[in-house]
Design a protein around this ligand. Structure first.
Ligand SMILES: Cc1cc2nc3c(=O)[nH]c(=O)nc-3n(C[C@H](O)[C@H](O)[C@H](O)COP(=O)(O)OP(=O)(O)OC[C@H]3O[C@@H](n4cnc5c(N)ncnc54)[C@H](O)[C@@H]3O)c2cc1C
Length: 425
């Protein structure tokens, strides 16, 4: 009889894993996600800035299930019972239409938790009410709508809108560059030639340098690009509160028409109440070197939902699509063996480097060469390397033929570029 593999979460990692079992007769895959469509998270800032339309980056899980031979079950995961090997999905309700679906239970032989993470507010006052966090498509849509209003307001009043981005990691810096790109959609041709500015962008960083953790060369390249884009970066700022129209840090204040909170990541809030998991201080499930959840048999976890500190390292792997994707490959290889009770090799992460894409200002990056050295790249090579991660995702999820068509469409589509997509399609 086929093994029932249940994958919770169809994001960068979970969907790649589900897609890799197509045609694998011994394993029957069910994928659960609360959304009906998959959006690849590393592109959320482009959706937020309106530099890419949702038609290019959103795919129906139902359609994918048909193409890649997995069953898709839409619903919000609430609880996992390791004794009965079941997962409960919350009830669904549409009061206006009078439709109600009671909670559902799905059984499994093996279960992989890939429920991702959310941006932490670190308890700072006003973040939830007054800032946008880019955790999902609805956040990107909400931001884009406000951004459009702010830009129209700026054009009409002649006073630039203030965008404050808290956090100078990849999300914050890439978003800043894409917003600058979108600004052009609001100029008429004559104003564009006069170089009017509709947007003042400031990035506030708590650390004493831009993008903490990046190499010095990468940071220098990034700083130069942000200067070119007229994006101001202020370091050593510990934000204490976010109000409707300003961001405060002690006695200092920054006017903010729009605030984006792009601080660190914690595990999805559901992880803490899902089951008897060991949870680290960032709310993520602790796993061993085979990605098995500590103390919970027949359950594995991957991607942003996990805390895995590799042997010889003193910190857990970073929450990136690069890690999630490598873990998906690993689990696709070892789960068929594990489910048959065979021993497997541990997961080994290979750092493929750090790349930041800044819209029309190009990309900068730092790639590992051998064990110790790093190669700093920019220009065409960096843009190509940056795009490679998404190309790989599209191939894995859609298969070689459809993946190639999707990539080609992506490259030539008029739905991509500086013109803002007001309605996301
Ligand atoms: C703007 C931005 C830019 C980024 N750029 C890069 C980059 O350049 N390179 C890189 O490597 N990484 C990048 N990242 C990080 C990367 O997106 C994440 O590390 C990656 O998506 C993690 O994959 P995952 O599968 O663990 O989780 P996710 O991709 O977050 O997927 C989680 C899935 O679980 C679903 N889900 C959550 N809770 C529930 C629930 N209770 N019930 C049912 N379903 C649920 C969600 O709908 C989602 O589909 C970026 C992130 C952002 C926000």
């Amino acid at each position: 009889m086929a093994h029932r593999l249940l994958i919770l979460g169809g994001g960068a990692g979970g969907l790649e894993l589900a897609s890799q079992f197509a045609g694998h007769g011994d394993i029957e895959v069910t994928l659960v996600d609360r959304e009906a469509t998959h959006v690849w998270k590393p592109r959320l800032h482009e959706l937020a800035a309106g530099t890419v339309s949702t038609s290019l980056s959103e795919i129906s899980f139902y359609r994918l299930g048909h193409l890649r031979q997995f069953r898709f079950e839409q619903g919000s995961v609430e609880a996992l019972d390791p004794e009965r090997r079941t997962v409960r999905l919350a009830a669904l309700r549409d009061r206006a239409a009078g439709i109600e679906v009671p909670p559902r239970e799905i059984g499994y032989d093996g279960c992989v938790v890939a429920l991702g993470g959310v941006t932490a507010d670190f308890g700072v006052e006003g973040v939830t009410e007054n800032a946008v966090r880019l955790d999902g498509k609805e956040d990107a849509d909400a931001f884009r709508e406000r951004f459009v209003l702010a830009m129209i307001g700026a054009r009409e009043s002649g006073r630039p809108a203030d965008v404050v981005i808290v956090g100078s990691g990849a999300t914050g810096t890439e978003l800043a560059a894409h917003l600058r790109n979108s600004e052009r959609a609001f100029f008429d041709q004559n104003a564009r030639e006069r170089e009017t500015k509709l947007l003042d962008i400031t990035i506030l960083e708590a650390g004493d340098e831009l993008m903490p953790g990046a190499s010095d060369e990468l940071r220098r390249g990034l700083a130069a690009r942000l200067r070119e884009l007229d994006v101001k970066v202020v370091t050593n700022v510990r934000v204490s509160a976010v109000d409707r129209d300003e961001v405060r840090a002690g006695g200092e204040r920054w006017p903010a028409t729009l605030t984006v909170w792009a601080g660190g990541l914690t595990g999805s809030p559901v992880l803490g109440r899902l089951g008897p998991f060991q949870i680290d201080k960032r709310g993520r499930i602790v796993v061993d070197e085979t990605l098995a959840a500590e103390g919970v048999p027949h359950v594995w976890a991957m991607g942003d939902a996990t805390s895995l500190t590799p042997r010889g390292s003193d910190k857990p792997l970073p929450p990136t699509a690069q890690v999630a994707s490598q873990q998906a490959d690993y689990l696709a290889e070892v789960l068929p063996l594990t489910l048959k009770g065979e021993p497997v090799e541990p997961f080994r992460y290979r750092d493929r480097g750090k790349l930041v894409s800044l819209a029309r200002a190009g990309a900068v990056g730092s790639l590992p060469v051998g064990r110790k050295n790093k190669l700093e790249i920019d220009g065409v090579a960096a843009v190509a390397a940056y795009n490679a991660l998404q190309r790989q995702h599209q191939w894995r999820v859609l298969g070689p033929w459809r993946g190639t068509v999707a990539i080609a469409a992506d490259m030539v589509s008029p739905a991509k570029g500086p013109a803002l997509k007001l309605h996301g399609d």
